[in-house]
Design a protein around this ligand. Structure first.
Ligand SMILES: Cc1cc2nc3c(=O)[nH]c(=O)nc-3n(C[C@H](O)[C@H](O)[C@H](O)COP(=O)(O)OP(=O)(O)OC[C@H]3O[C@@H](n4cnc5c(N)ncnc54)[C@H](O)[C@@H]3O)c2cc1C
Length: 436
């Protein structure tokens, strides 16, 4: 018979909630410590008083192939609450926006702007990347060098370079590997999904289920230290005191993991330290009327926009769920020392407003109803060449201590789908180690 173990989880994001669900299903006693006042982590949402649905702080959607999270939702019996509309993604090129998120549109754009030879190269590269499972061969090259070589300078400079520079900055062009690009192309679908009520509605429902099964979720309770006693038990310390567990899963950032457990062996701490990531700053603006007809606008850094992406969320989800407000996200991935991290929402709005006229010349600042500013220092892992050798395993060298973060879902790019997968893997490893 399985012996019940006491397990602590640091973080009530998607990974932490999923791990808790799986461990509780197997009969273990689980306590989740969460620093924030709500569950959800990076996928959490917020709600203005007159909205019916929550809105993600950072733009979020699912792809149709997101089998881990859609599978979990199916197990919970909530698939009827997932919707997959077909919003449009556009790319800015020579002062115009082009919808490029389907093969037909991408081929038309490439043929029209770069001719038949480039179209053939582009098509062959697209088919190869969709079909090949061999990301290991691709991670040996930078995305910059590989894509330039195979799609050619003109198509690369128009479509792919701006995406890489936007996400990771010029300084990381000779760092980011081709497996990252492979994973992006492989996972993408034209239909994009959400949960009725927003991601927070899903996360709250999941939290309610695991609470009803006996998991304790302690909100507003940041863990300050994880330590191990001579008997091998792990102690979790917060401002409320210390408690001892058989196992601890931390779902924090790598930097925080190192701070939480200063006694981590050097070999593992060094691997945590070598993981690089970008932060994100996103200004959410509610406006009185529709700005554009598209959902996602990819903007090249050299086109002079003060942000990387402008996402008109209400071209994905009906504005009726937001009391008739139209919602814009203006977001960028940035090094954590970028000045945007220090600016207030009023200061950022002043910088961003003039750019909104470039999407619609009729835009006027009287359209603006409200703004919200969200920032995170840990938003997007940066995967260098041969990255698979650097990833710290979920099982740390400290018996009973597990680490499961966005930085370990490689070769996949971060996403809630992979947070579910890594949460499940961490739970499985805990159970394997306890012979359960
Ligand atoms: C700008 C942006 C856009 C994104 N877009 C998408 C998208 O479109 N689709 C998608 O699926 N995914 C998207 N993601 C990624 C997705 O949000 C993450 O992959 C996922 O939420 C990670 O979940 P997690 O549980 O691993 O980590 P997190 O969500 O980071 O959860 C970690 C939790 O730990 C808590 N914590 C940290 N320190 C402590 C402490 N000391 N004590 C207690 N608790 C602590 C945090 O408060 C947090 O709740 C996006 C992310 C960003 C930043």
């Amino acid at each position: 018979m399985t012996q019940t173990k006491q397990i602590a989880i640091v973080g009530a994001g998607v990974a932490g909630l999923t791990a808790a669900y799986e461990l509780r299903q197997a009969g273990h006693e689980v306590t989740i410590y969460e620093a924030a006042p709500e569950v959800g982590g990076l996928a959490a949402g917020f709600k203005a008083p007159h909205w019916d649905w929550t809105l993600e702080k950072f733009y979020h959607h699912w792809f149709q192939g997101d089998k881990h999270i859609l599978g979990l939702i199916e197990r919970l019996g909530w698939s009827d609450q997932v919707v997959f509309p077909r919003p449009y993604t556009v790319v800015y090129f020579k002062d115009k926006f082009y919808p490029l998120d389907s093969y037909g549109e991408a081929f038309k754009f490439t043929l029209g702007n770069f001719g038949p030879v480039n179209l053939v190269r582009f098509g062959l590269v697209g088919v190869f990347l969709k079909l090949t499972p061999n990301w290991q061969a691709l991670e040996k090259h930078t995305a910059d060098a590989w894509m330039r070589r195979y799609v050619g300078d003109s198509v690369y400079d128009a479509l792919w370079r701006p995406m890489l520079v936007g996400k990771f900055g010029e300084e990381n062009l000779d760092v980011v590997n081709m497996a990252w690009m492979w994973a992006r192309i492989k996972a993408r679908t034209t239909r994009l999904g959400t949960f009725k009520g927003g991601f927070q509605a899903f996360l709250d429902k999941l939290a309610d289920v695991i609470r009803s099964q006996g998991v304790e979720i302690r909100l507003r309770t940041p863990v300050t230290r994880i330590s191990q006693d001579d008997a091998g038990r792990l102690t979790v310390t917060t401002s409320m005191g210390s408690e001892t567990y058989d196992a601890v899963i931390s779902t924090s950032s790598p930097a925080l993991m190192e701070r939480l457990m200063p006694d981590l062996p050097d070999s593992y701490a060094g691997r945590l330290r070598s993981l690089k990531s970008m932060g994100a700053v996103v200004l959410v603006i509610s406006i009185r009327q529709q700005l554009t007809e598209y959902y996602w606008h990819n903007l090249p850094k050299d086109a002079g926009f003060p942000f990387l992406a402008m996402v008109e969320h209400t071209n994905f989800i009906d504005p009726e769920h937001y009391g008739g407000d139209h919602i814009l996200y203006c977001g960028d991935y940035l090094e954590p020392d970028h000045e945007y991290f220090k600016l207030s929402k009023e200061e950022l709005l002043e910088r961003f407003l003039p750019a909104l006229k470039r999407f619609n010349p009729d835009f006027d600042r009287t359209w603006v109803k409200d703004t919200w500013l969200w920032k995170t220092a840990y938003a997007q892992p940066v995967p260098p060449v041969n990255h698979s050798k650097n990833i710290p395993p979920i099982r740390t060298p400290v018996p009973g201590l597990y680490f499961a973060s966005m930085s370990q879902v490689y070769p996949w790019d971060r996403g809630t789908n992979y947070a579910v997968e890594i949460g499940q893997k961490a739970a499985t490893q805990v159970m394997e180690d306890f012979g359960a």
